[in-house]
Ligand binder design. Sequence first.
Ligand code: NAD
Length: 291
Amino acid sequence: MKVGFIGVGNMGGPMCRNIVKRSNHQVTVFDLNAAAVKTCTDLGATAAKSIAEVTKGADVVMTSLPMPKDVEAVTLGDNGILATINKGQTYIDLSTNAPSMVKKIGAAMAAKGIAMLDAPVSGGTVGAEAATIAIMVGGDKKVFDDALPVLQSFSANVIHMGELGTGTVAKLVNNMLAFCNAAAAAEGLMLGVTAGLDPKKLIQVVSSSSGNSNAFKSLSERSLSGDFKASFALDLAYKDLHLALELGDELGVPLPQGSSTHNLQRLARGMKLGSSDSSSILRVYETALGR
Ligand code: NAD
């Protein structure tokens, strides 16, 4: 198949490179960052100078972009995907988008006869590199089945959730859980360390005990190394949790854990940690405790 890929950053980059490495699909790439594009063209992808060059002749066009407003601009903006794609082609958004934005873009695409899937991913940059990420997909089942050969070229772990938008809802639930777990991990670590425990021994114990979680693992590794360079930026985590809370508001579902974690993220962003890794919420506690 001919695949167009827009947005090859921390997540899109490894996903795109895996399509090139693991399949015979022909891949055309567009990103505002030329260095990011080069990591894909070095492996055999073709660079495009515009969105129109990506959509031209592609069976499937995919995006992996930071914010809902970025996805909106690339899809519905001037000379964007909608303006340049044709009937019979499929659009798949891999970003963590707002459910309302997914519906808005889906409706605009449908009016032109273009099928859309929302297919956010989970598993971080490590999972994206290893092609083990979960891909949670919303949209028409026939369109999903037709797109499977492309999705499976960057992970076998593909789940059809239901109609358009359901992939995004699943992703927001997953990420709210992950961020709440990370906040709990930061609190637990700081309590133990402040009480005088050896952090390495504490991490060893929790890692094989009932308090363990994926979030505890990655946050404790960051805490030992002191390296908070973003593989998943705090600003993006804050956006995801904001979207989950918005959905809770809309549906009348109380989310006290999510709300308190969102406030913790807000404190961290106030400390200018927005472009650091999402695990840098730990720095809020360390700073408050003078560590
Ligand atoms: P990123 O900032 O590393 O990459 C985004 C890329 O999009 C950048 O290379 C940027 O140059 C490009 N871009 C932005 N606007 C563009 C435009 N108008 N046209 C073309 N290119 C444009 O972000 P990321 O971490 O890769 O995240 C991408 C999406 O995946 C986000 O929605 C995020 O929430 C989600 N996500 C991230 C992770 C993670 O661990 N990083 C995990 C799961 C999901």
